[in-house]
Design a protein around this ligand. Structure first.
Ligand code: AHR
Length: 507
């Protein structure tokens, strides 16, 4: 294959990047909370039991917002079980993950943890066993200043000041047959609308007003659902004027049983882009049908790579079981980098996103009980993109070759280019999905004279390489010499076979 030309012009902007696309997710699932972020007695835990070594890694990732407490868990969760004196909180069956929920960590602990970790909360309310009233009471507990039953209860339990939670997910994956008390689209849409109205009345601000709540309704939990995309249309038709976001979820898996497993897996980023495009069209359709000027955006609040076909080996009905503890390979990292590029190149519609999840459960950070916390392979692209992919995304034109896969065809060189006007930086993220080195000519126009300031590569000969507690540095980013820029805006770079790459230019 010859040289790939990638062209971008400062004036051809896709959209502003909302920093909340670098959000993540913590569910009461496996060891995400217990033994993940919360482990009283651990040498790195503070007086509240929050692991500071884990918080340091979360800060390094650059996560601004964290969704909580689920996930499937939330559809059976009574938030009132998790407040008040810990000694008086009862244990409960968690039907979503066949585990025991000890309720040692609940809303107040999460809020205290968010403050310490420097992240904003995104709370999900229970639309399964829960009622609109339960959701309203949680809002009153969290956000009302004082003088009511639940606000005074919060003041007594944990915090004089209200928490001011802005982002609220109205349920989780309510289209899933696995969802506790799942609903059909019409029923969910109506319940979500009633709930949102109550939350808006309690907040006393209308949708879209400054500082108003940001409400997220459940979209299809993936594009393979038989109800997709009708679910999305019907839900939106029932909720449009009160919803700020429609949620999207999508997980990808390396399936060795496929005829061309590698190609299919490497095609994930393009598939994610098509999924977003269909949802964008669905939102636009409903907006037009309603003759509405209100804009609904996408909250891609669960995305990742997940070996969903792996069988559970842990017993049921235990506290903090070792489940969904995927070990991410170098191959996974390559696909993950492409998924991040897709979020960036759709930043005009995707205004929030949560990497699912954050610690121990399909996560970039793994912990040992009483021991270390390590960075998985996927930690690194997330960190570089989150830290540097701020500002706006610029449209690209590429001559990249393509490869066929189960979704159609995909680019061998998957790219995203972002511009940070404040820092006078252009950031380029490139995945080379070819098994050979690739020469790229970048042309980044209308920025004036550019200088390459940094170049980072993640490359490895072994697609199965992974970071483990025994060998936490098997896959690491490498700083390379910056490339030289010619004619003010052009640079040539050779990408290693199957590699993730980052280049920073200044002007
Ligand atoms: O993130 C793991 C699970 O995936 C979540 O609980 C659920 O929402 C999704 O199916």
């Amino acid at each position: 294959m010859g040289k790939t030309h990638i062209f971008a012009d400062r004036n051809l902007k896709i959209g502003d990047i909302d920093e909340n696309i670098y959000g993540s997710f913590l569910e009461h699932l496996g060891r995400a909370v217990y033994e993940g972020i919360y482990e009283p007695g651990h040498p790195a835990a503070d007086k509240d039991g929050f692991r500071e070594d884990v918080i340091d890694l979360i800060r390094e990732l650059g996560v601004p917002i964290v969704r909580y407490p689920g996930g499937n868990f939330v559809s059976g969760y009574d938030w009132k079980d998790g407040i008040g004196k810990k000694s008086e909180r009862g244990k409960r069956l968690d039907l979503a993950w066949a585990s025991i929920e000890p309720n040692e960590f609940g809303t107040d602990e999460f809020m205290a943890w968010c403050k310490k970790a420097g992240v904003s909360p995104m709370l999900a309310v229970n639309m399964g066993t829960g009622t609109p009233k339960d959701a309203l009471e949680l809002l009153e507990y969290c956000n009302h200043p004082s003088g009511t039953y639940f606000s005074d209860l919060r003041r007594k339990n944990a915090s004089e000041k209200p928490y001011g939670v802005k982002y609220w997910c109205i349920g989780n994956e309510m289209d899933g047959s696995w969802q506790i008390c799942g609903l059909d689209a019409e029923a969910y849409g109506k319940k979500a609308m009633q709930t949102m109205r109550m939350l808006r009345w309690a907040d006393a601000k209308k949708a879209g007003e400054a500082d108003a709540l940001k409400l997220i309704v459940c979209g299809s939990c993936n594009c393979e659902m038989p109800t997709y995309p009708e679910w999305d249309r019907i839900v939106l038709e029932n909720t449009y004027e009160e919803a700020d976001y429609l949620s999207m979820h999508r997980y990808y898996e390396y399936k060795t049983s496929n005829k061309n497993p590698l190609e299919d897996f490497l095609g994930s980023a393009e598939d994610m882009g098509e999924f977003i495009d269909v949802i964008r069209s669905t939102i636009n359709y409903v907006r037009a049908k309603k003759r509405s000027s209100h804009r609904v955006y996408v909250s891609f609040d669960e995305w990742n790579i997940w070996r969903q076909s792996a069988e559970r080996t842990e017993p049921n009905w235990v506290r903090a079981p070792h489940i969904l503890e995927d070990k991410y390979t170098f191959r996974d990292m390559l696909v993950f980098g492409g998924l991040m590029n897709t979020l960036l190149t759709h930043c005009d519609i995707v205004k929030a996103a949560c990497l699912a999840q954050l610690v121990n459960v399909i996560a970039p950070i793994m912990t040992e009980k009483g021991g270390a916390a390590i960075r998985q392979t996927t930690f690194y692209p997330f960190k570089y993109v989150s830290q540097n992919g701020r500002g706006e995304t610029i449209r690209t034109i590429s001559t990249s070759g393509k490869f066929d896969n189960m979704y159609g065809s995909a680019r061998l060189i998957n790219e995203a280019v972002t511009h940070n006007a404040e820092k006078r930086e252009v950031n380029v993220f490139l995945c080379n999905y070819a098994q050979s080195a690739q020469d790229i000519e970048l042309e980044l126009r209308s920025f004036g004279d550019l200088t390459c300031k940094a170049r980072v590569e993640i490359a490895n000969n072994d697609l199965d390489a992974a970071n483990t507690f025994a060998c936490p540095d098997a896959v690491l980013p490498r700083q390379l010499d910056p490339v030289s820029v010619f004619s003010g805006s052009k640079a040539e770079v050779r990408l290693s076979p199957m590699s993730w790459n980052y280049l920073r230019f200044g002007y």
